[in-house]
Write a protein that binds this ligand. Structure first.
Ligand code: NZQ
Ligand code: ZN
Length: 394
């Protein structure tokens, strides 16, 4: 059995109206001036931003605001945020939004706290951050798990490279306010795309070709079943509080390290393949993962058919006979059937992309860092493998 380190320092405040506690929470953090960072407008139109400002004013906390974070958040906005923070002497970053806003906050925090280098170097992984301004989050979409995670993902417009940062505990949020009601206003596509991302954070850790722990497997399988069950409910009942709550908590647990304990880190090939799609074509992250997963799974399952068969049986209750391969393929088909049932794409065409061979090559070239790295743990994939998977997914 493998050893592991499990560290989740984020204080979670979960439930109805919890966002109204933000002023008090910030006061406890001892900060003097806060940057309230948000996205393209949903937090404004829902009235959430005004409520947040009210809570800070009541607690006597000074703040400045910066909106305009887009999905697949951009490096230029990070630089803008850094300038503002330096000018205003900001000492705490409050994200009001989803993964994109939280990640933009984390990157700003790295940039301000490490003036000795360009923040992009933490995404090229040529430098390691020595600190980060403290971050807190009011989550408005259950998906990325960034509210408890140790990384952030930023897109550099110069070359349209989407890259994850060095993994580092400095950027884990000090607190995460999880009020499932704040997700009621999400379009169905974003809700379901988020559900796929949550599933994938567990599946990336689950599909490995090495020993795992029974307890981690059981937690992961229960988590996947819970997400699948409640994602279906939300197709018909977007205002179902309990379903929203189950999904929201699953989102945090999926990516705070819990489902990776004892699994040697996970596979993560689908995330790497999807990041290039996000960088080049600006697709929603979870939908991009749904479009690629089936092709990845069919490409690699023979490396460990027993593992895929376990997934089929324990998540989808497909009886497992002696034929692991048959059961494995039935499990892959069942997951794709779930994606279709929540209107998520199972191919790049369904995602809205009609890729030329040249674009497929460019995606694989970028994903392999110009043919210098492999990805994946279930099966190590080189640039040629990546091309084949993108082609299968067309
Ligand atoms: O910008 P606004 O107007 O807020 O609209 C957003 C955005 O268009 C909208 N939205 C969010 N909350 C809403 C809402 N609309 C109505 N009502 C609400 N309550 O939803 C859209 C998507 O938002 P975004 O923040 O992009 O979604 P998500 O949380 O899925 O984040 C995706 C980003 O996180 C990264 C992804 O790569 C992607 O860039 N990830 C970050 C990770 C991490 N830091 O640990 C891990 C993940 O694997 C992922 O890679
Ligand atoms: Zn993800």
């Amino acid at each position: 059995m493998r050893g592991f380190e499990y560290y989740t320092p984020t204080r979670v405040i979960f439930g109805k109206d919890t966002h109204l506690q933000v002023g008090t929470l910030l006061k406890e953090q001892g900060c003097h001036k806060v940057l309230i960072h948000y996205g393209g407008g949903s937090a404004v139109s829902s009235g959430l931003l005004d409520q947040v400002k009210g809570s800070l004013a009541e607690a006597g906390i000074e703040y400045v605001t910066l909106g305009g974070v887009v999905p697949n958040p951009r490096l230029s906005k990070v630089y803008e945020g850094m300038e503002l923070c330096k000018k205003e002497n900001v000492d705490f970053l409050l994200a009001v939004g989803g993964g994109s806003v939280i990640d933009s906050c984390k990157a700003i925090g790295y940039g301000v706290a490490n003036p000795w280098t360009d923040v992009w170097n933490f995404f090229l992984k040529t430098e390691t951050p020595k600190a980060c301004l403290p971050v807190g989050a009011i989550l408005t979409i259950a998906a990325s798990g960034s509210e408890m995670s140790n990384s952030c993902v930023i897109t550099n417009e110069d070359g349209w490279l989407k890259r994850g940062s060095v993994k580092c505990d400095f950027c884990r949020p000090r607190f995460a306010i999880l009020n499932p009601r704040l997700t009621y206003t999400l379009p169905q596509y974003q809700t379901e795309s988020g559900c796929v991302d949550i599933l994938m954070h567990t599946m990336e850790r689950y599909f490995v070709n090495s020993e795992t722990m029974e307890i981690t497997d059981s937690i992961s399988e229960a988590l996947m079943q819970t997400v699948i069950y409640n994602a279906r409910i939300l197709m018909k009942e977007p205002g179902n509080y309990n379903a929203r709550a189950e999904i929201m908590w699953a989102g945090s647990l999926s990516h705070n390290g819990l489902t990776g304990c004892g699994t040697a880190g996970g596979d993560w090939a689908c995330h790497q393949l999807e990041h290039e799609l996000g960088g080049m074509f600006d697709v929603a992250h979870g939908a991009g993962l749904a479009a690629i997963w089936g092709s990845w799974a069919r490409y690699v399952y023979q490396e460990n058919p027993e593992r895929f068969a376990q997934f089929a049986t324990n998540v989808f209750e497909i009886p497992c006979g002696v034929d692991f391969e048959k059961t494995a393929l039935a499990g892959i088909e069942a997951m794709e059937e779930f994606f279709r049932s929540v209107k998520m794409p199972t191919s790049l065409g369904e995602l809205g992309l009609e890729l030329t061979e040249a674009q497929v090559h460019e995606l694989a070239f970028k994903c392999s860092f110009e043919d210098t790295r492999t990805i994946g743990a279930m099966k190590q994939l080189n640039m040629k493998d990546m091309e084949k998977i993108y082609l299968m997914a067309r």
